[in-house]
Design a protein around this ligand. Sequence first.
Ligand code: NIG
Ligand code: FE
Length: 410
Amino acid sequence: MARTIIYNIKTLYTPYHQPPVRKKNLCDIKTISNAYIVMEDSKFIAFGENDYQAYWNDSCILIDAKGKICLPGFIDAHTHLVHAGSREDEFALLRKGVPYLDILRSGGGILSTVEATRKAGIEELYLQAKRSLDKMMAYGVVAMEAKSGYGLRLEDELKQLHVANLLNNDHPVRILSTYMGAHAYPSEYKNNHQGYIDSLLLDLEKIKQSKLAQAVDVFCEEGVFGIEETKQILSKAKELGFQVKLHADEIQAMGGAKLGVLYGAVSVDHLMATSDEDIIELSQSNTIANILPGTSFFLGKPYANARKMIDEGVAIAVASDYNPGSCPTENFQLITQLAANFLYLQEEEILHAVTINPAFQLGLADQKGSIEVGKDADLLLLDIPNLSYLFYHFGINHVSEVWIAGKRVI
Ligand code: NIG
Ligand code: FE
C-alpha cells in the first residue's frame, strides 16, 4: 500500500460539521498550524499538528509543503461543462443593454449554443470540454456537476451526457451528470410548448434507462418554463427516481425556490430574485441554495441575498455556472472572490460553500468535501499566507498543487 505524507503545511483549514452546514456553524472550521497529512492509496488516514513520525515508514513518500496552506478540493455543483462554440458576439449585445431573455426569444442565447452543439461530434465536444476541465482542475476543482441542455432533443442530449461520462472515466475530476432538456424550448417547438414537454416526459424514461444522469434540472423562469410546466417535468422525474433541482428566480421572483422545496430538490440555483417568503421555506428544508455570483457579475445583475439566507438558516453553496452565455470562466477562485465581495460572505462561510455543502448536494459528502480520515484524499496546496488572502488577491491562480484521491494531478 502506497503511503504519502505531506508535512510542513503552514496551516490546514477544513470544515468539520455535518452537512448541510448552516448559520453560525458556517463560520466554524478546523484550523491546524504546522500540519501534516497522511494518505494511503486514495484516502486520508491521518492528519494533525507537528509530528508525523508515528506514520512514517521506509516506503513512505515524504513531501515537503514548504509552508503552503492546505484546503480540501473545491466542489463546483453547477456547470454547463459540455457544449460547442462560444458567444462573444452576444456579449456585445448584452453590453448595449439587450436583455438576456430577449436574445433567447429571438433565437439566440442558449439556442445558438444548441445549434453549435447539435452540429458538433463527440470528439469535438470532448476536446472542448476537456480543455475547460483541465483549467478548472488547475484552479482547484476536484469534483463537479455537469448539465446537458444544449441538445434539446434526445440524441443530442444523450451525446452531451455521454461526453460528460467519458470525461468522468478518463479525467481525475469526478463528474456527476444532470439532464437539462428543459433548458429552453427548441426552435422546432417554438409555437408548441406543451408538445415539447410531452416529448421531454417520454425522453426522461430513455435518459433513465441510459443511466447517464442522476438528476434533472429545469430552467424555471417567466417566459421559459413556468411553474405549471416545471411541475409536470419534476413530477415525472421524481417518479422515475431522479434527484431534482431548478434554475430558480434568476430574473423574476416566481416561487421557484418554494417549488423546489415542495419537490424535495437537492438544490435551487441562482436565486437572485428570490422572495423573503421563499427564503423562509428554504430555511426549513435540506434543499441547498446554490448561489452563482459569476452569473450576476457577467450579466450585470443583482446578487442573491446570501446574508439574509444565512441569517434565516438556509444551507448555502456557491458554484460557477460555467457556461458560454452567462458565465464563461473556468476560474473558480474568481467565483469565490465574487462571493466575498458581492455576497458579503466571510472566509469560513465561503470555504463551506465550495466544499462540504456542495458535496452534500451532490450526494458525495461521505467521500468528499472535507479533510477527514476515511474520505477521498483530495486536497489543494496554495502558495498564500492564510485563507483570507485567497479572497483578497483576486483574479489569479493561487493553487500550486492539486491532489485527487491520493494522486498529485497538478
Ligand atoms: O444558468 N439560466 C439558464 N441557463 C444558464 C445559461 C445558459 C446559457 O446562456 O447558455 C445559466 O445561467
Ligand atoms: Fe446554469
